[in-house]
Design a protein around this ligand. Structure first.
Ligand SMILES: [Fe+2]
Ligand SMILES: [Fe+2]
Length: 272
């Protein structure tokens, strides 16, 4: 039987199609909104995850810093020794033409150079008299201990810190320890921190000896150019000896100030 009114049937079909289209459109809109919500949720959880990871990395660095400072304190060094080494290392790197980003990372990483001393017994670390041969052997293990503690990380800063911990006592002529590396086989960061550590150690009092005058230590570094120290690092260091002296003075004054205000509950300007 034929449709008595073909126009009505066609318009019904069109209406039906329109409703189906509208329903499909609604479903698409619902799906899009679900997708949007899922994206927002993913971004939120990723943000939370990144914050948690960053907090963990920060906590790890802080732990290593505290361990390194504790090791220096047990060895009779002031906690500012690590800060000074970082500052000198960064100045030397800049003088050598290293990038600002690397010099900045070196400043932080260098502060953990002696973290391995936490593995050395107090009877050796705090001994005021000369060390016996056996005690020296144990003391010379601190680079390996430091590298083992810090160097397994995938974090570039901690990898650099591990490299410095391992190599800051190597000598350019191969007479250093623990591996007796020579020349450029010693990573640049280790060659830089070697000079910075030597300068700082000799220009400050220790329990068993007095500090040497800064200019005397500068001459000693010059004399060791190409022997204990990389000639290019020595040249870079001597080129900026004015900046090194100024940085040393600034940090020494900061330390004096913080000692003077230790336990002080007034305002800092009242002491000025
Ligand atoms: Fe050391
Ligand atoms: Fe040191």
């Amino acid at each position: 039987m034929t449709d008595p009114n073909p126009n009505t049937s066609q318009s019904c079909q069109l209406e039906c199609l329109a409703r189906q289209l509208e329903a499909a459109e609604q479903e698409r809109a619902n799906a899009l909104s679900l997708l949007e919500r899922a994206r927002a949720e993913l971004a939120r959880t990723q943000g939370e995850r990144d914050r948690a990871v960053n907090a963990l990395i920060g906590l790890r660095k802080e732990t290593f810093f505290n361990l390194a400072r504790d090791a220096e304190r047990r060895d009779g060094e002031s906690p500012m020794h690590t800060v000074r080494i970082g500052a000198y290392a960064s100045l030397i790197a800049t003088s050598l033409g290293c990038t600002p980003a690397w010099s900045e990372m070196l400043e932080t990483a260098a502060q953990m150079h002696d973290i391995g001393k936490i593995g050395i017994h107090d009877s050796i670390l705090s001994k005021t008299g000369p060390l016996t041969t056996e005690e020296w052997r144990i003391m010379r293990e601190h680079p390996r201990i430091g590298a083992a503690i810090i160097g397994r990380s995938e974090e570039p800063l901690l990898q650099l810190a591990g490299e410095i911990a391992m190599t800051h006592h190597e000598h350019y002529n191969g007479a250093g320890y623990p591996r007796g590396l020579c020349g450029n086989d010693i990573p640049l960061a280790g060659r830089i921190v070697g000079v910075a550590d030597f300068f700082d150690a000799l220009t400050h009092d220790r329990s068993y000896r007095k500090a040497l005058p800064v200019d005397t230590v500068l001459s000693m570094i010059r004399e060791r150019r190409g022997e204990q120290f990389d000639p290019q690092v020595v040249d870079a260091f001597l080129r900026i000896s004015g900046q090194i002296k100024a940085a040393r003075q600034r940090i020494v004054e900061q330390e004096r100030f913080s000692q003077a205000t230790d336990g002080w509950d007034g305002d800092w300007w009242m002491l000025a």
